[in-house]
Structure formats: C-alpha cells, structure tokens
Design a protein around this ligand. Structure first.
Ligand code: SF4
Length: 109
C-alpha cells in the first residue's frame, strides 16, 4: 500500500423502523463516554456533556437548544480530540439531526 493511499473507515448502524433514534444515540454516546480514557479535555469533558444532554432528551426533559448543543459540542470534539473516540460522536449526531429531527423534537418538552 502506498503512502498516498487514503484509508477510510466506515461504520453503519442498522435499525428497524420502530427504533427510537434517541435510544440509539443514548447507547452510542454512553459507549464513547465509557471508552474515553480522559487524556484530552475535548473528549473527557465533551463525552460527559453529550451523555447529560442525551439522557435529558431520553427522559423527555430536553429543550430545543439541546439539539444545537449536541451538534456544536460534537463538532468541537471532532476537530480537537486526539483520537477517533473523541472525533466519532459527530457523525451519528449530525446524521440523526439531518435524518430524524422530527423524532428528536418529540423528546423536547
Ligand atoms: S480522544 Fe482519545 S486520547 Fe482523547 S480522551 Fe478520548 S480516548 Fe482519550
């Protein structure tokens, strides 16, 4: 493989039509929070913040601003975290907001 070869890694989550995107995000974000080693602040603090927000949404206690906060926090994490654990949450969050915003809004009080 040449040095110029670009490796791209993809992940896919397969859900049936009954899946609740907030449940899915809650599982994903708790996973990254558990996996964070705490070495760098964006991931250590960011995963904790994302978990608090998604737990509020899962309890139907969220506010509309929480959706923007999820996106902004995960974008900073993507751009500043040291390794893929901190960089990864942006993709499922941005995808959920792009494709399932109606479901997410149902969790806002
Ligand atoms: S981004 Fe990687 S190095 Fe930084 S805290 Fe998360 S797991 Fe640790």
């Amino acid at each position: 493989m040449s040095k110029d070869t670009v490796l791209k890694k993809y992940a896919a989550l397969v859900m049936d039509e009954d899946a609740d995107v907030v449940d899915v995000l809650q599982n994903v974000l708790h996973y990254y929070s558990r996996e964070s080693c705490g070495h760098c602040a964006p991931c250590r603090v960011g995963t904790s913040m994302l978990v608090k927000i998604i737990d509020r949404l899962a309890s139907f206690e969220g506010e509309k601003d929480n959706l923007d906060q999820l996106l902004k926090i995960s974008k900073v994490m993507r751009d500043t975290s040291f390794c893929p654990v901190g960089q990864a949450p942006y993709s499922p969050i941005s995808s959920a907001l792009r494709n399932f915003q109606d479901q997410l809004l149902q969790h806002v009080k």
